[in-house]
Design a protein around this ligand. Structure first.
Ligand code: GLN
Length: 502
């Protein structure tokens, strides 16, 4: 089968073709590695790859197919996972010098579930160090480029996972989302990125950044792949006491998704209308605004009730997020002390210089910034006016969401204020970067599900985000699927129009 044809399949379609013996798992893995040979040196989606193990697994998959019987749902599908998700015996660097040579002794529950479902894990993807960033430029191993335009960033922190899928170097990937790191790279790379309800994916084996928000989620080429992978990786896990089982997504009902009668709220604070505050401006680009307007029109035409509403607490979500996530990060990252894991300063003379030497060299600039910020907000002088206030604001935010979901089934907003920026463009001003997380951090703080779906007529993709109540994955994916169908039909029409005109 030709390479282009192989990559026209979604992850689950490919699995079906493999089960039906129309294509061998070995062919699929070879196709992926051909693309990797051609593009990876330029894109740098991966931190590590294991071609031999992947080929061996593929051979094993093909043998299982020959034997017949019941076969798992992702059998033979080449997938990638972010480098902060542990896979036993394979390096897990988290994009950090600190863990440059760290080989974990166990596998993360969500990664294990993918393997049990038959997926072939071909490599570990690049990321901003410990998940802190918006562009994958904060990786010790160098930046990843956006396959749709290599002069641009793929987003972050799961930029490697996004680039692997968007560049046809994997059929789907797992990323992790603390404050938007699955959704925003999905938006920049033209993919679907799903952040499931907090707790539904076990955090066992996910290297902690901010434990009250961390969760793994799929980056895929379509909503149905995202739903299917979500169903596979979710579920309560005895190894994570905060994990919980939610309802599984009914994928068949996504085939002909309709939004008729659906109540959709757009928070004005996330619509690009109110743009500047406290001396910082959040410029929402014209193309993002146009995509949102376009979506509103189409949703209304289909019979959804779309309404703008005020949710003033959202204006403080970025502050809440950076106070709380940095506090948790400073405490989580204290385990990297040169004694138990990873890098150790070879010149240390005593215990104090071992700590400072190890942490000064082992961590990059952004990670140090977060640790300092976290220590500041947790210090005795600032605990009450920073940490405690952010915690109580977070509760208010949750109540505001509850209230919003008593009136609306889902909320709609852009995923990011702009399309993928050029490499080197972000990172000049840390605060400006933090503010661009305004659209994604609210769902993270509230622990509720959100999905980014590509939508719009622009040459670079724009992501729109649907947010739902706790366990509202079905509703947000239904709305996202509706826009996806519309977008597919539009592209088909354009393609036809193109040939007619030619
Ligand atoms: N951009 C956010 C941050 O840097 C989100 C990170 C994430 O979700 N891992 O903290």
């Amino acid at each position: 089968m030709k390479r282009e044809e192989i990559f026209s399949f979604s992850a689950f379609e490919l699995a079906r073709k493999i089960r039906e013996k129309q294509i061998r798992a070995q062919e699929a893995v070879e196709a992926v590695f051909q693309n990797i040979d051609e593009h990876e040196s330029n894109i740098h989606a991966y931190i590590s790859l294991d071609r031999e193990a992947a080929m061996n697994e593929a051979r094993h998959c093909d043998e299982l197919v020959q034997k017949g019987g019941e076969l798992p749902p992702l059998l033979g599908v080449p997938m990638a996972v972010k480098d902060n998700l542990l896979l036993k015996g394979r390096k897990a660097t988290c994009g950090s010098r600190m863990l440059e040579n760290y080989i974990p002794p166990f596998t993360a529950t969500c990664v294990q579930k993918l393997q049990d479902a038959g997926a072939i894990l071909i490599g570990k993807t690049n990321m901003d160090e410990f998940g802190m960033g918006i562009s994958t430029e904060h990786s010790f191993f160098g930046p990843t480029r956006n396959p749709l335009d290599p002069a641009r960033v793929p987003g972050g922190s799961s930029g490697g996972s996004a680039a692997s899928v968007s560049g046809n170097m994997a059929f789907a990937a797992l990323g992790t989302d603390t404050g938007g790191s699955v959704r925003q790279p999905a938006a920049y790379c033209g993919l679907v990125g799903l952040r499931p309800t907090y707790g539904t994916v076990s955090r066992h084996g996910l290297v902690a950044f901010a434990s009250s928000m961390d969760i793994a989620g799929p980056l895929t080429r379509g909503t149905r792949d995202a739903a299917g992978i979500c169903n596979i990786v979710t579920g309560a896990d005895p190894k994570d006491q905060t994990s919980i089982s939610g309802p599984k997504i009914d994928i068949s009902s996504l085939e002909q998704a309709t939004v008729k009668g659906m109540r959709i709220g757009i928070p004005r604070e996330l619509s690009g209308e109110s743009e500047s505050r406290d001396g910082f401006s959040l410029a929402v680009s014209e193309e993002v605004k146009a995509s949102l307007e376009d979506a509103v029109r189409i949703l209304e035409e289909e019979g959804a009730q779309v309404e703008f509403f005020d949710m003033p607490i959202l204006s403080y979500a970025v502050e809440m997020y950076y106070i709380l996530s940095s506090a948790e990060a400073s405490s989580n990252l204290s385990r990297f002390d040169g004694i138990r894991y990873g890098y150790r300063d070879p010149d240390a003379k005593d215990l104090a210089s071992l700590y400072t030497g190890t942490r000064s060299t082992g961590f990059g600039l952004e990670v140090k910034r977060r640790i300092l910020m976290g220590n500041y907000v947790l210090s005795t002088e600032h605990f009450d006016d920073c940490y405690r206030r952010a915690e109580s604001a977070r509760k208010k935010l949750c109540r505001s969401f509850d209230e919003a979901f008593s009136r609306y089934d889902v909320l709609l907003s852009p995923t990011a204020p702009q399309v993928a920026p050029l490499l080197g463009e972000s990172g000049k001003d840390a605060l400006q970067n933090y503010i661009s997380d305004l659209f994604t951090v609210p769902a993270s703080l509230a622990g509720i599900p959100a999905v980014s779906v590509p939508f719009g007529k622009t040459s670079l993709p724009v992501g729109l985000q649907f947010t739902g109540p706790r366990f509202g994955e079905q509703a947000i994916l239904t709305a996202a699927r509706f826009l996806e169908i519309h977008q597919e039909e539009r592209k088909e029409k354009e393609a036809k129009g193109g040939t007619e005109n030619a």
